[in-house]
Design a protein around this ligand. Sequence first.
Ligand SMILES: Nc1ncnc2c1ncn2[C@@H]1O[C@H](COP(=O)(O)OP(=O)(O)OP(=O)(O)O)[C@@H](O)[C@H]1O
Ligand SMILES: [Mg+2]
Length: 272
Amino acid sequence: MNQSPLLTAEKIDKDLISFLSGIGDIFQVFDKQDSGCISYGVRTAERNWFVKYAESTEAVGYMKNAEAFHNAVSHPNIPKLLNVFHTDRGFALVYEWVDGQVMGTPDFPGKEGRNHPDSPHLRFRQLTAAKIVKTLTTVYDIHQYLESKGFVAVDFYDGCMIYDFGTDTLHLCDFDHYAKGPFLLQTDRLFGSSRFMAPEEFVKHSRIDQITNVFTMGAAAFVFLADGSRAREDWRGSEAAYRVASKAASKERGERYDSVRTFYSEWLKAIN
Ligand SMILES: Nc1ncnc2c1ncn2[C@@H]1O[C@H](COP(=O)(O)OP(=O)(O)OP(=O)(O)O)[C@@H](O)[C@H]1O
Ligand SMILES: [Mg+2]
């Protein structure tokens, strides 16, 4: 069987929309993102695809960062990057499509959006604590794996979590800013949603590393199990899990776990 042009393209001469429409049906367009990228869900006879595209030098640079990232890692809950190609003006990443709804979307912006009855965020938070804990555990499993590969998560937030309510499966997306190893912050604020960000991510010249990521992992637990509150009475999980998440999300770096790996092993003990 001939391979799909989406797998073999290196450089296309047509504009992207004509190219994609000639291959399949564009069934979804993501054109409200902050990144300057525009993405498409494309259906062909053999499968669904996610094609992410940008033209600006900055956005293309981050997409090439994602390309290097995907070439270095492989995890069942990370959609596979299947190909990349150039157009006259831009660059595209071709991913396998994953089913589900993203927890943070421009369709439901801000706190109000997250609390809207139709928002995937609220729907997810209304699941049983056991299902939420299981999903968080997947987030942590992915990040302890990425840490073992030398990556530091940047810009991880609920907008990277695609949850399939039918199968209770989570995939993560958007690794455009993940960094190979620790680095010193060169700006006054790192990319990201403040609900997930450690204090050092708001301080120029601070070190961003696995201990920063430990904070984000803890903060994620509070977002989904306590609606962002750090108070014990708002927490829907166990006492032991509360203690682990609280230590992880300590303001002081020295009070956190020293790696995502250590955090993850304490989390597993706490939930089992
Ligand atoms: N592999 C995939 N399969 C299906 N949908 C996906 C996939 N990857 C991403 N998406 C969807 O596309 C949306 C945009 O993707 P992504 O977050 O990578 O774009 P972005 O332009 O970097 O956005 P942002 O400005 O929020 O960083 C996601 O929120 C998610 O809903
Ligand atoms: Mg992005």
